[in-house]
Design a protein around this ligand. Structure first.
Ligand SMILES: C[S@@+](CC[C@H](N)C(=O)[O-])C[C@H]1O[C@@H](n2cnc3c(N)ncnc32)[C@H](O)[C@@H]1O
Length: 201
């Protein structure tokens, strides 16, 4: 695997620290953490280092993303970072039979709604009672004015793909509840993002 496959997303350097702080109150101390939509793999590297009690399983459906995650992983040589899997959240079966936590960062608004619905169904299959499902990203919220930067972001997403765009948090919560998850907490994050933590009922 060539180091040339490594991709880098500048936002990861900014948000990985604040996300890790929230995850300290969400993730179990031990077990398997499945990351859906790992993208470049830089979050996986950061969190595998930050949470050495967890086995970190990165994944993404895009072959170039899987190559990037693998290139970072091989270079880092972290004992608890597993080889990247090809995983599409919409699939009826995922290549992981169970997990103790599932995370999905910046996918819900940058994919068709079917990906979010698939994520909730898959998380319900893999997680046992009490296990967390953690989402991070930009959302609209009832009664809260969407920041101008997020309105512009929403427009740019829809210009790239009309099926993308900021989701209403209430719709995401309803989809999670339909699949057996209860909302645990919502944390405001830098740059008008939210951490949204659910637990399997
Ligand atoms: C904006 S990137 C976010 C990557 C990374 N989590 C981050 O925050 O840097 C969105 C990711 O969602 C992935 N994605 C899109 N549709 C998906 C699906 N149906 N199942 C799983 N991942 C998907 C893309 O391949 C891409 O890597």
């Amino acid at each position: 695997m060539s180091g040339d496959s490594r991709r880098s997303a500048p936002h990861v350097a900014r948000n990985a620290g604040p996300i890790a702080q929230v995850l300290k109150g969400v993730l179990p101390e031990r077990g398997l953490a499945l990351e859906v939509a790992s993208g470049t793999g830089e979050h996986a590297l950061h969190f595998a280092r930050e949470f050495p009690g967890l086995l970190w399983q990165p994944s993404d459906p895009e072959p170039a993303a899987v190559r990037s995650i693998e290139a970072w992983r091989v270079e880092a040589g972290l004992f608890n970072l597993l080889p990247a899997l090809s995983l599409d959240a919409r699939a009826a079966e995922w290549p992981v039979p169970r997990a103790d936590a599932i995370l999905c960062i910046n996918m819900v608004h940058i994919s068709p709604w079917a990906a979010t619905a698939g994520l909730m169904r898959g998380a319900a299959r893999l997680l046992e009672q009490g296990a967390p499902l953690y989402l991070y990203g930009a959302y609209r919220r009832a009664g809260v004015v969407t920041a101008p930067s997020n309105e512009a972001f929403d427009e740019s997403l829809k210009a790239r793909d009309p099926d993308w765009g900021l989701r209403d948090l209430e719709e995401v919560v309803a989809e999670a509840e339909k699949n057996g998850f209860g909302l645990e907490n919502v944390t405001e994050m830098p740059a008008n993002n939210l951490s949204v933590a659910f637990r399997r009922r």
